[in-house]
Structures are given as C-alpha cells and as structure tokens.
Design a binder for this molecule. Structure first.
Ligand code: TRP
Length: 402
C-alpha cells in the first residue's frame, strides 16, 4: 500500500503540475507553455490579435503583450468584436493576500490591468481573497484581513483610477447579490467535478471545497448591483496568471446554465525566480525574488549574487561563445521591465555574441529595477487610509466608461 502511494507520487512529480496552488515543471525543467495551452484548451495570442489591440486603442500595446508575457487567452477576440461595435466590458482581477510584501511577479497582473483599464477606458473590480488565504495558508481571519488591506495599498500604488475601480475583500463584501450568484454556481458543480478540476481529496477540509464559487462570481456583473445595475449582459475580461485558469474553466462551464455570458481571459506565464526558470520564487527564500520593499543595496546584491547567468565561465570563453540567452535571468528580467525595444535588442545581440559581459547586463538590470522599486515605494507611501477606504467603498462609479 505504502509502496503504491509512493510510486503514484513519483509518477506525478515527473509530469508538470499547474493549478492555483502548485506550479512545478516536469523533472525540474522549464514549464512547457504550449503543452499547457493544449491541456487547458485556451488560445495562443498571435501577432494579428496584438495588432488589433493597437488599432482599437490607438496606442502601442503594452510590453507584456509585445513580448509574450501575456501569451494565452479565451474569447479575447469576442471582447474586441463587441468593443469595436461600441460595447464596453469590465475587467476583473484579484490577489490572495498571503504575505505582507509583494515581489515583482505579484505586480505583473496589476501593471497589465492598469494598462488595459487606461487603454480601453473600462471599469475594474479587484477581489482580495482573504478568505482563500485564511483557509489555505492557515492564517487567522484577522491576519488575512489585515494583509488584504496592506496589499490593497500596493495595488493602489500601481496607479489605478479611483473613479473606475472597486477593490473588495471577500470577508467584507460577500453577501447579497454576490452570495446569490455563489449559490447558483455551487448548485451546478458536483463534488466529482470539483475534485477533477481542482484536485481536492477527501482529506481537504470543506472550506476549500466551498471556495471556487467565491472566485467565480465576480465574473458576473449582477454580483455588483451598485456598479452595474441593469447591465446583466456586460462582458467580463479577466487578466490573470495561467495558474488561475481552473477557477475560470469552471466559471465558463456553468455560466450558460445560469443565463450569463462566459468571462473572457487573458493569461500570463510565470515570472521566473532569480535562480533560473526551473527555480521557484518561494516565500521562504527571500533571495529567490526581488521584493517591492527591497533597498537599492538589496537589489544590487541579489542580482549580482543570485541571478542565474547564461554567460560563460571565463571572459575568453565568453568572448568566443557568447551568452546563452535562453537561460539567462538578467536578460529575461529586462525583457519584462526594460521598455525600450531597441535597447533590449541591442543588449541581446551584444551579450549573445560575447561583446557584452554578464556584469554589464546585471548593472543595467539593477538600474532598471531600482528605479521601478523606488517609484513603487514612493507611490505606496503616498497611499493613505482614506484612499484605501475610497477604493473599497461600496459605491457607484459614475464615470466608469469615460
Ligand atoms: N486566487 C488568486 C490568488 O491567490 C486571487 C484572485 C481572485 C484572482 N480572483 C482573481 C487572480 C481573478 C486573478 C484573477 O492570487
């Protein structure tokens, strides 16, 4: 019996696992995103879709679109078809407040969502799943609520427009129309189905089983009667990392049975750990990631000491062979955060052909990240309790489509 279980676990670990609670690649390698798209059944973002975004918004698409950080979608085309005809939509994203300090990977969906809000001029709801983290991370109710409010400050610091944005914590907001939708969703999902989608087992407590409807229903405008009264057909677009896909597969599956439209999705890959793409950013290892609370000195040290380099062991060899850009973390990080396309191309060429050394690339990355983190720190320091209350107040958003 014991042996069987062990074999089963080993068989599992040799396959890649991506779900809201676990992301691990096959045999310690890289995540295979093509395989993930096939398995989940989402669509790949192609050039023509990116061009279409450019045309419809009359601005250059975000770096995260141009460089394939957001690489997959579900029905994004349909959102654009409707938008082209003058029909707006709303955005929905969220965060599970499991830690005090956010790292750069946590900011990615919010930076991208801010761009979408500005480019399409649409309202946004942000769910803070303090209930989820209380149940999964074994935090007390009070501590999860405190973290939700702290994280809200970091989210607000990303620059969202208070006249178009509603931030809510599940502990505060669940009830009324939102809860009615949760019950409608829950009735459509059998235990077998939930075990299949989320991998729940008989050992999990029933709180976990009851959670997926909470994350599902912000996809339906009727869950926000103070925002979208009489707009039950307003479409929803969800920017998220692809590990959240199971929640929204379930949501899309049940929506038509409730007479609601399926939410559309736009999904990102994962931000790699400093140690390399097969490493994991882990809360228990502060050196695996750069945090928005890191000082300039921390950032410099972490990059110099831990950022996995694709450069060669000796300068002579490097000049001869050049860097392996495929595995190089400084180049990877620059491709997320260095806005200037021509500078990025220049660095890749010079470094890839051995004329530029790892130290020089790391120096440039240090500058870029220090500036970004500094900017975030200043913006967060300017977020007052009154501002948090303003974003989280249950209120209409009068200018949300302007
Ligand atoms: N479950 C997500 C997390 O742990 C938080 C979340 C809630 C979310 N709703 C969302 C993320 C919608 C993206 C989109 O981080």
């Amino acid at each position: 019996m014991e042996v069987d279980k062990k074999d089963e676990r080993e068989a599992e670990s040799s396959e890649q696992v991506v779900n809201p609670w676990e992301v691990s690649a096959k045999d310690g390698g890289k995540i295979d995103y093509d395989k993930l798209i096939d398995k989940f059944g989402c669509q790949r973002f192609d050039e023509s879709l990116i061009d279409r975004v450019q045309r419809l918004t009359s601005r250059q698409p975000h770096v995260f679109l141009r460089r394939g950080v957001f690489f997959a979608h579900r029905d994004f085309n349909e959102i654009l078809d409707a938008y082209e005809k003058g029909d707006k939509f709303y955005l929905y994203t969220g965060r599970g407040p499991s830690s005090e300090a956010l790292h750069l990977g946590h900011l990615i969906p919010f930076m991208f969502t801010k761009y979408l809000q500005e480019a399409f001029k649409v309202p946004l709801v942000i769910q803070l799943t303090d209930d989820e983290k209380c149940m999964w991370k074994n935090l007390s109710v009070e501590e999860s609520q405190r973290l939700a409010r702290e994280n809200a400050k970091d989210i607000i610091a990303c620059g969202f427009d208070v006249t178009k944005t509603f931030i809510f914590s599940d502990f505060d907001y669940v009830g009324g129309a939102f809860y009615k939708n949760m019950v409608r969703v829950a009735k459509c999902v059998t235990l077998n189905k939930a075990m299949g989608i989320f991998g729940f087992s008989g050992e999990d407590h029933i709180g976990k089983l009851s959670f997926p409807p909470v994350q599902a229903v912000p996809s339906f405008p009727s869950s926000f009667p103070h925002l979208f009264p009489g707009k039950d057909n307003l479409r929803c677009l969800i920017p998220c990392a692809i590990d959240q896909d199971p929640y929204f597969r379930m949501t899309r599956d049940v929506a038509p049975r409730l007479g609601y439209s399926k939410p559309a999705l736009i999904e990102s890959s994962f931000f790699p750990a400093l140690q390399g793409e097969n490493g994991k950013m882990s809360a228990s290892d502060p050196n695996s990631a750069i945090y928005v609370t890191d000082t300039a000195k921390d950032i410099k040290n972490k990059i110099n000491r831990y950022a996995f380099s694709g450069g060669q062991d000796s300068v002579e060899k490097h000049r001869e062979l050049g860097a392996n850009l495929e595995v190089d973390i400084p180049v990877k990080y620059l491709s997320f955060f260095l806005e200037d396309d021509s500078e990025l191309e220049h660095i890749k060429k010079e470094y890839g052909e051995g004329r530029m050394l790892t130290g020089e690339v790391k120096k440039r990355l240090t500058e870029v990240l220090t500036e970004m983190v500094e900017r975030h720190r200043r913006a967060r320091a300017a977020v007052t309790d009154e501002m948090v209350d303003a974003f989280m107040a249950v209120r209409p958003l009068p200018s949300m489509f302007e």
